[in-house]
Design a protein around this ligand. Structure first.
Ligand code: SF4
Length: 411
């Protein structure tokens, strides 16, 4: 029987290739030093688990006892190679933060009588499909039931960011657990999902309709079927390059990160001579040179345009059409351009011209107002019927264009 968890399904959704490395190839990872954020979160969980364990036994510890227990758990589990990535934080600061947030949780929930704890770290295992060959597993931090018969699924979070209500209304993890407990205890009527964001002293509560739970189950089955389609071949599991790649455990194997992972471990002289690094650096250098040249070309084009404008002014002033230099000469030509109204640029005038020409016997000559035909007729006014000439003159727009060129001197 295939068994999945919330994290397994989310792993595939975030990056199918990471799923392959972790769950299909089961690549072994070098033992990495623990990270303080994980250690911190786990110890806060442990302290609250101890607290509710005592409450379940009918004993309500004092806040002092809870903090003493937190300190004991912290010291017992602490290892000196635990990594701290957060700037400005030290183990002492983390521990003080732990004291603060566990203490604040105590104050906010004392005397812990809003519900009865059914189980701590409750394992949920349930079937996702009717055939009962796909199973989900997970663990609930605290499962409780209140006096009105409402069941409560509690989860403790030590995230640095407080998510919104909308985020948690979409979050699938505790909703999977709801499917699980409803299967384990079919008489359950109402369930509430609670995330306790300990750093903020905030609890976000959400509920799910039966339809939402059905949709969640179907989405999970659809992802599981995508996983099955990938089979066992690495290449069928797509990579998904995101900012999370720099935290991925499989950077050494993944084609997105393996080159950087390998060359970053090289001594500087070997790094500089590594063929891939050399090729990318050479390309980057050429791209930079090309950009600089393109900027220079743009500047030169602007200078040429300024000179052309100055030459036009000069030629007009001198009444000249050719201005000479040492070996070259500039030509300044004045060209008359005829434009007739078009449907796209001046529909009103175009329609008027069309009507007037259609009323003459020359409609065929203008070939349905073909631009080329009109211009040709315009250029030979002497051969035109006066009526046609008058109509064309009425609608023709004459524009002057000045063209500047440069050529070698004739001799
Ligand atoms: S490095 Fe990025 S793309 Fe590669 S497996 Fe990890 S998360 Fe996926």
């Amino acid at each position: 029987m295939a068994t999945y968890s919330h994290s397994k399904i989310e792993c595939f959704r975030n990056c199918p290739r990471q799923y392959y490395y972790r769950y299909v190839a089961k690549l072994e990872l070098e033992e990495a030093p623990g990270q303080i954020a994980l250690f911190f979160g786990s110890r806060c969980h442990d302290a609250l688990e101890w607290l509710y364990g005592q409450v379940k036994l009918g004993v309500i510890p004092t806040k002092k006892q809870l903090l003493k227990e937190f300190a004991r758990i912290w010291d017992d589990q602490w290892e000196d190679d635990i990594e701290i990535r957060e700037r400005g934080m030290t183990p002492t600061r983390y521990r003080s933060l732990g004291d603060k947030i566990v203490g604040e949780y105590y104050d906010a929930h004392h005397p812990f009588d809003d519900s009865t704890t059914i189980e701590l770290e409750q394992m949920v295992r349930f079937d996702l499909n009717a055939k009962k060959n796909i199973r989900m597993v997970g663990y609930i931090d605290r499962l409780a039931k209140d006096a009105k018969g409402v069941w409560h699924i509690h989860d403790y979070k030590t995230n640095k960011r407080l998510p919104t209500q909308a985020d948690m209304d979409q979050n699938p993890q505790l909703a999977y657990y709801e499917i699980g407990i409803r299967q384990m205890w079919p008489k359950i009527k109402e369930v509430q999902l609670h995330w306790h964001f300990l750093r903020f002293g905030e609890t976000i509560t959400s509920t799910r309709t039966k339809q939402q739970l059905r949709d969640l189950r179907n989405d999970a089955l659809s992802t599981i079927s995508d996983i099955a389609v990938c089979g066992k071949d690495e290449d069928t599991f797509e990579t998904n390059e995101t900012g999370l790649c720099s935290y991925c455990d499989y950077q050494e194997s993944c084609p997105i990160t393996k080159h950087e992972f390998r060359v970053n471990g090289l001594p500087i002289n070997k790094y500089k001579n590594e063929p891939g690094v050399k090729l990318v650096n050479a390309w980057t250098e050429l791209k930079e040179q090309r950009s600089e040249l393109e900027a220079q070309v743009a500047e030169l084009d602007e200078e040429i345009a300024n000179i052309q404008d100055a030459l036009i002014d000069y030629a007009e002033k001198e009444d000249a059409e050719i201005v000479c230099g040492d070996e070259h000469e500039a030509t300044i030509r004045y060209i008359e351009k005829i434009k007739f109204p078009t449907k796209s640029k001046n529909l009103e005038e175009h329609t008027k011209m069309e009507r007037q020409l259609q009323e003459t016997p020359f409609w065929d000559m203008v070939s349905g107002l073909d631009r080329h035909a009109l211009t040709t007729l315009w250029k030979h006014p002497e051969s035109l019927d006066p009526k046609l000439r008058r109509i064309l003159k009425k609608f023709a727009l004459v524009e002057q264009e000045t063209k500047v060129g440069i050529r070698g001197k004739r001799s």
